[in-house]
Design a protein around this ligand. Sequence first.
Ligand SMILES: [Zn+2]
Ligand SMILES: [Zn+2]
Length: 253
Amino acid sequence: MSFSEDKTRMTEYMKERPLDEWEDEAAVEEFFCFLDRLAEQAKEDSSYCAILSDAYLKAGDPLKAKEAFARGYNPKNKKDIKKLMSFDSWKANPVTRPSEKAGELPDFTYVSGKLLKNKFVRKKDGVCCICNKSRTAFYVGAAFTDTSEKINFLNTEDQFCADCIRNGAAAEKFKITFNDPYLQDITVVDDDKKDELLKKTPECSLAFDFDEDMWPCCCGDFCRYEEYDGTYEETFTFRCRHCGKETVWTKMT
Ligand SMILES: [Zn+2]
Ligand SMILES: [Zn+2]
């Protein structure tokens, strides 16, 4: 494949719908193989860096996109500088490569396992950095520091398992919370439950775009996040764990 063919192919990919909405897993895997090849080419030829950067954006990883772009950009070109700055405003929502997906997704009190498909990856012979047990699923979602800085575990060496999230060990070790919804006005839920949501539930920030978004509550407890549908508009379905009442949020895409 020549450079211009690769460039055209990437332009076509950029026009398609977000990668996490593709039904065809083989096509997603093919995209990642294409991304791998671009990464190899970019090592030898810096003109590939901009296409590689677009590929990382498509894969929901603005940090790597910025890194790639920074390797090939022209510091005298104002457009390039503007583009380099723009990566910081992209929201990281990494898509997991189908061949690396964790086989069985863990369930949590406040989020259903099936919504966590982009939050855990499979690693051969992987060992959790906290409990030191060999595991098959490792967390690659995000978390927040006590100053609300977002860390993405996709790009770190520290890999930990679902159990270490569930029992609070990961939150304790890294001094992080996985969720950061606006809770100030929520008085009906006790502190143990808040702890469970913030420190023992994987990040669900896709549902919470705005600071004023509050996690839905019912019967003195947080509702469980159970369904996501991004087909036409984004809908997020939460269900009360006690009375079964459904809360549905809709966002236009
Ligand atoms: Zn562990
Ligand atoms: Zn209820």
